[in-house]
Design a protein around this ligand. Structure first.
Ligand code: MN
Length: 256
């Protein structure tokens, strides 16, 4: 075997979502916004898109082959995944996506696979570990501000900031950062925090906007979309670099 001098590039699996191409005969597709794969590549990782609809045996093989997992944004989680029946408050649900992502999140937690969870992914991580969600933040969180800036602004529009919890995982990743201006493209949010997670960032209305798993090498969730902000604030790319760095560190550990 020839040893290459090129630095190891970890493969980061990116979750896709379902979309239908509008044609005379509609065609079902798996989709992904390019900002995710571009951010992973810019951070030194090699992105690989993961389809939905896979059974657990296949998902185990996929999870074994990737060096890190990125739980992406998307539609609402089905309320029954967190013991709620308020289906009247959600839209754009996909029970199969819930199943696949909850399974992968739990397995990634169990085996220590580096995981970055964005927006819906941040919510999936919480639900997979036993937490619950507000089906609609504005209706259910007393004093909630507007978080659902869908469509009316570009995706890098930053309407609110978050306070970074001192000495938390996010504070470690972004040294010297106390507040961060963020975009906000969600109407669900974390309600009860899963026992295995710590809060790493909070919005001024009290909503949890950042989490990290306590007993895990790297499982970090953010409610905002850093992949849309890497050109506006270099600290956003640092989140992807941290995911890639942990994936490289785990690979290096297996080579010793
Ligand atoms: Mn927000």
């Amino acid at each position: 075997m020839t040893m290459s001098n090129a630095p190891f590039r970890p493969v980061i699996g990116l979750m896709s979502y379902r979309k239908v191409a509008a044609q005379a005969t509609p065609i079902p597709l798996f989709a992904l916004m390019p900002s995710y794969s571009e951010a992973v590549e810019a951070a030194g990782g090699a992105p690989l898109m993961i389809p939905l609809g896979l059974d657990e045996e296949t998902l185990d093989v996929v999870l074994d082959r990737i060096d890190g997992l990125l739980l992406t944004g998307g539609g609402d989680m089905t309320p029954s995944t967190y013991r709620s029946n308020r289906d009247d408050l959600v839209d754009d649900t996909d029970p199969d996506r819930d199943r696949v992502e909850i399974y992968l999140a739990r397995r990634a937690m169990a085996i220590g696979k580096p995981t970055l969870a964005i927006c819906r992914g941040h919510q999936v991580l919480n639900v997979a570990l036993g937490g619950t969600l507000y089906e609609d933040v504005r209706q259910m969180l007393p004093g909630a501000m507007k978080h659902d800036y869908f469509g009316e602004h570009p995706r890098n529009y930053r309407p609110h900031d978050v306070t970074i919890v001192p000495d938390g995982r996010l504070a470690q990743l972004l040294p010297g950062t106390e507040r961060l201006e963020v975009n906000s493209l969600h109407h669900q949010g974390i309600r009860d925090l899963a026992p295995a997670l710590d809060v790493t960032a909070v919005a001024s209305d009290g909503l949890i906007e950042g989490v990290a798993a306590r007993e895990h090498p790297f499982a970090v969730g953010v409610q905002w979309h850093p992949e849309n902000l890497i050109h506006d604030d270099p600290r956003m790319l640092a989140l992807f670099r941290a995911l890639v760095s942990e994936a490289v560190a785990q690979r290096d550990a297996t080579l010793i």
